[in-house]
Design a protein around this ligand. Structure first.
Ligand code: S3P
Length: 169
């Protein structure tokens, strides 16, 4: 089974995905880490600054396609993975179970700030712009997802538990 976790920056994808992968005994791919490896850089900001967002998105699509070649995989995607190139088409064809981690903007911005995670998020440098991006993306996450889990009040292990319960496998 192929599972992709998505949701806005700070929604907890990369914390929840390893818990699910471990429980399902499935390989795990952290898409941003794969992108950094393929670009041979240390940070997402470095790619945005030196090569631009389009280049980052091209790498993101290539890494997504390569991760989807696996029969069983849990993928923690970046918050923008549904929104560029033909990624939505690619995902539909791959017959993937798409999980949307829904988190309120207030909760995720506090999480990012308190864990010092804003620094390497070029699209969260301006909070107002991040809020606009968040608002524009929500309907697409909702529409594309096979499952939505609202994470504001849940610990990562409870989020994982809820996802696993809904997998039908
Ligand atoms: C992005 C989210 C980031 C990273 C990049 C772009 C986005 O990942 O892929 O900064 O467009 O929302 P996280 O969602 O893991 O922060």
């Amino acid at each position: 089974m192929k599972i992709l976790l998505t949701g806005f920056m700070g929604s907890g994808k990369s914390t929840v995905a390893p818990i699910i992968a471990k429980k399902l005994e499935s390989p795990l791919v952290e898409l941003d880490s794969l992108i950094l490896k393929s670009a041979e850089v240390q940070s997402v900001s470095e790619i945005f600054k030196n090569f631009g967002e389009d280049y980052f998105r091209a790498l993101e699509t290539a890494c997504l396609e390569s991760a989807l070649l696996e029969e069983n995989i849990v993928i923690s995607g970046g918050g923008g993975v549904l929104f560029s190139n033909n990624n939505l088409e690619v995902l539909k064809k791959a017959d993937i179970f798409l999980v949307y981690l829904e988190t309120s903007f207030d909760v995720l911005s506090k999480r990012l700030a308190s864990n010092n995670l804003v620094k390497d998020r070029p699209l969260f440098q301006d909070k107002e712009k991040a809020r606009e991006l968040y608002d524009s993306r929500l309907p697409i996450y909702e529409e594309a997802a096979n499952l939505k889990v609202t994470t504001d009040e849940l610990s990562p292990s409870l989020v994982a538990e809820r996802i696993i319960k809904n997998l039908n496998c």
